[in-house]
Design a protein around this ligand. Structure first.
Ligand code: SF4
Length: 346
């Protein structure tokens, strides 16, 4: 398969142009066509010599994603199911916030982490996405928004897959969408979410980026976390918290801890107290996520009043807490749900 043209930033294009005996400013032209004008065929790059356009078309692809299904929720959430060139399918979501549009991208086809509450992991990991396939999701979302005159403002790497198990391509993805000649998504407008791959949290801290980090915590103690997230057996909670403290020390940036409230499993008052003690004094934000009801996975929702009580307990430990607003509750918006239905594992 040809590499995806969206996987290159300005520097990569400069190298490529150099190899073709072309001046380096051609790189800026290509970036402009790809990311500002968002053309869909190399033929449209009319200020490039014809033979260069042909060489580009021979060397790269511009359409790694085929839309298979688009669901739009009453609240404006848009969920895409894209087909890949090898027949796999992935999901991408546009969420509408007061501050603008956010796109949630997928980094792997499936996932091998095995969190018990997640549909993306049903069927296991198929393969990693290349950076260009991840960037193409943002380009597709921007194309969807173009007729409305709207922009992608923030990007969250929180779709299917564990981005730190596809670390190099994820870093490349960040550098491409952040490129001033490309989509120009500010680093502070990008967040990467991990289930807790400890060595990569440390590596990520050392990248010198201004990108946000979210850690899926989902349990306040080691025993319960191992039950909900098998990765905790590989990287136990104390090691994870050490890596988070290392990140905070090095970057000075606040960490977001994701906590999916699963009825009857991790949503009791005792869990809230334990979580408050664990995070007290840390520069962090806890994002409480009421899980979507998934009967096939025996997931129950936590009642609203109980969520608010959970939040109040955390606040009593001076832990900043938000409750995630639901997006797309009338469509298959839970991570991996649409794809899982398509491939017949849900
Ligand atoms: S929550 Fe994320 S890391 Fe866990 S199984 Fe789902 S996609 Fe993988």
């Amino acid at each position: 398969m040809k590499p995806v043209a969206y996987g290159l930033n300005t520097d990569h294009w400069k190298n490529w142009m150099d190899q073709q005996g072309q001046p380096s400013w051609r790189a800026d032209q290509v970036m402009n066509w790809l990311f500002q004008k968002r053309i869909t065929d190399f033929k449209e790059m009319t200020n490039l010599p014809r033979d260069l356009r042909l060489r580009l078309a021979d060397s790269f692809t511009l359409d790694p994603l085929t839309p298979l299904e688009v669901q739009t929720s009453r609240d404006g959430t848009v969920k895409f199911l894209f087909g890949l060139r090898d027949g796999h399918a992935i999901e991408t979501v546009i969420m509408r916030h007061r501050y603008g549009n956010s796109v949630c991208v997928t980094t792997q086809v499936g996932c091998r982490i095995g969190c018990t509450f997640c549909a993306s992991t049903l069927g296991g990991l198929k393969r990693n996405l290349e950076a260009g396939e991840i960037v193409a999701q943002v380009v597709a979302a921007q194309r969807f928004l173009d007729p409305k005159g709207e922009r992608v403002r923030t990007v969250v790497v929180m779709g299917s897959g564990e981005p730190f198990e596809n670390y190099e391509e994820t870093m490349r993805f960040i550098r491409v969408i952040n490129d001033p000649g490309g989509l120009r998504i500010g680093q502070r407008h990008i967040t990467v979410s991990t289930s807790g791959v400890v060595p990569c949290i440390r590596k990520f801290a050392e990248e010198g980026l201004q990108v946000g980090l979210a850690v899926s915590l989902h349990a306040p103690n080691n025993e319960l976390r191992s039950k909900l997230m098998p990765i905790n057996r590989r990287y136990p909670l104390p090691e994870l918290m050490d890596a988070c403290r290392y990140y905070l020390e090095l970057t000075g940036r606040r960490i977001t801890f994701e906590y999916a409230l699963i009825g009857g499993r991790n949503d009791g008052e005792e869990h809230a107290h334990e979580l408050g003690q664990l995070l007290s004094g840390m520069k962090c934000l806890v994002n409480l996520i009421p899980v979507n009801f998934v009967p096939e996975r025996n997931l129950q929702r936590t009642p609203r009043e109980q969520i608010l009580r959970f939040q109040r307990i955390l606040q009593s430990y001076r832990v900043n807490t938000t409750i995630r607003r639901e997006h797309g509750s009338d469509i298959d918006a839970a991570c991996g749900q649409l794809r899982a239905k398509r491939i017949g594992v849900l």
